[in-house]
Design a protein. Structure first.
Length: 147
């Protein structure tokens, strides 16, 4: 199952041309990430404080296909995938109300010890979160459908 988050583009998300500012898209996606953690029972205050592990983002990318404007209702389909014993990536598919893809973003995360910055295995909490939201969408023929 994937996680779906609904959001309305705000004026503060746009640039002088009236479209979503590129960096704001990643901020909106991070809001969806936080919502997916919370929906899985993760206590956000504990997760994002100086606990036994930290989960920094080590890579981001975004591809913009259609413009988004203030007032646009969007859905973000979040799909995480474990990439290593200590890391995972998340794909965010941003859909317009019409169902067309407006953007696709990706973030890569690693689990580290916050004091030493040495990599650590994913926590059981993150493993449970991954298990809940990881999915591979396929068409009836078994081939992933393009948008």
């Amino acid at each position: 199952m994937t996680f779906q988050y609904h959001y309305t583009i705000r004026f503060q998300d746009t640039d002088a041309a009236g479209v979503v500012y590129f960096a704001q898209l990643l901020s909106i996606c991070h809001t969806a990430y936080e919502a997916s953690l919370q929906a899985s029972g993760v206590d956000l205050k504990t997760f994002f404080s100086r606990g036994p592990v930290a989960v920094p983002i080590t890579y981001t990318a975004a591809e913009f296909r259609r413009s988004l404007h203030c007032g646009d209702a969007i859905a973000i389909i979040l799909r995480p995938e474990q990439t290593a014993a200590d890391g995972f990536e998340i794909e965010y598919k941003v859909l317009q109300a019409t169902g067309k893809t407006a953007a696709i973003a990706t973030t890569h995360h690693v689990c580290i010890d916050p004091a030493t910055h040495e990599r650590r295995a994913l926590t059981s909490e993150l493993t449970a979160w991954l298990a809940r939201w990881t999915a591979v969408p396929q068409s009836p023929t078994g081939v992933a459908r393009p948008d």
